[in-house]
Design a binder for this molecule. Sequence first.
Ligand code: NAP
Ligand code: ZN
Ligand code: ZN
Length: 346
Amino acid sequence: MSDTFIGWACTAKDKPLIEMELNLRGWDDNCVELDVTHCGMCGTDMHALDEDWGPTDFPCVVGHEIVGIVTRIGRNVTNLTVGDRGGVGPFAHSCHKCQTCLEGHENICENGFIGTYNANWDNGDKTYGGFANKWRGDYRWAFKVPDSMASEDAASFFCAGITSYAPLRNNGVNEKSVVGVLGIGGLGHFGILFAKAMGATVIALSHNDKKRNVCNELGCDDFINVSNKSEMAKYRKKLTHILGTGSGEDFKWEPYFDLLRVNGIFMNVNSPGGNLPEFNAINFVLSQVSISGSAGGSPTDMEHMLEFAAEKKIKPWVTKYKMADVNQAIRDFRDGKPRFRFILEN
Ligand SMILES: NC(=O)c1ccc[n+]([C@@H]2O[C@H](COP(=O)([O-])OP(=O)(O)OC[C@H]3O[C@@H](n4cnc5c(N)ncnc54)[C@H](OP(=O)(O)O)[C@@H]3O)[C@@H](O)[C@H]2O)c1
Ligand SMILES: [Zn+2]
Ligand SMILES: [Zn+2]
């Protein structure tokens, strides 16, 4: 049995990815191994390649929307068997012992979660993501793909899907909600699909007019170009929730506080490098709104999301690229071309 894999590795910032043979993590009883068939491309992959969040440990194989066929399982593995299709997202390990893990928020593990790439397993081995032919890791963060989902559709649920689903679900979105989705990319388009499936009225909040028609096709009830003052004014104090997935450097909180109803909530999942801007304390207090953060989702959120998505037949909008064309896919991603997720296929 081979303990190596072929990954599309980045060896330094601004360098194209190259094929490289690397070591899989050391095998143990908690391991599952996948032959990767598909992997989605996430904004976070760009942050890691660009070292936006801090130094990247090169060579780095990114990709955390992984789907593959299970080829091997360790003795402790209960949720997957050889031949199943398994999926993995941005989290690869948590301690499962701290208070936060025991309360079911393993994604916020007090001892620090271990990322699917650019991190180290607790045995010291490096973690590598899914721009690769194989993945090996802990079964507790690997999930069975519902039978009704095509693998190319399933992949992006494991990051973009869960990151949008969890805050909507955990903040009580339902048929009475009016949800704004800010930034209509990979996460944002899932935000629209999930909020609609939860029964909400959904308003796209985009930074220009380019996605006006496509947001209609996605099922939005209305579209706001956030730079258009009269469109923003139309929804003053009308939204119960905003899911913030993307914005530029000119982002300011106040226009969004103004869109939210009393006790409305701005759920931020957008994670650019650096700080979010300051806001005026008095405006914030007088708006009586909340801001919350959300990171992916817990394993329980993941199971619920997969079940809900299968039941509601939620189908992401994806474009496939051959894994070998990964560098072209990255260029197109950086040019803002995804409508709405790129999926690499082996
Ligand atoms: N919290 C988490 O656990 C988590 C998980 C995954 C990803 N993320 C983060 O979420 C963010 C979005 O990821 P993604 O994969 O959805 O990216 P994406 O597909 O590139 O979508 C981001 C969207 O935000 C808007 N946007 C981006 N840059 C902008 C700019 N400079 N000015 C104005 N608008 C801009 C665009 O939407 P419009 O054209 O509609 O304006 C764009 O389509 C990233 O920061 C990523 O790291 C967080
Ligand atoms: Zn991601
Ligand atoms: Zn923990």
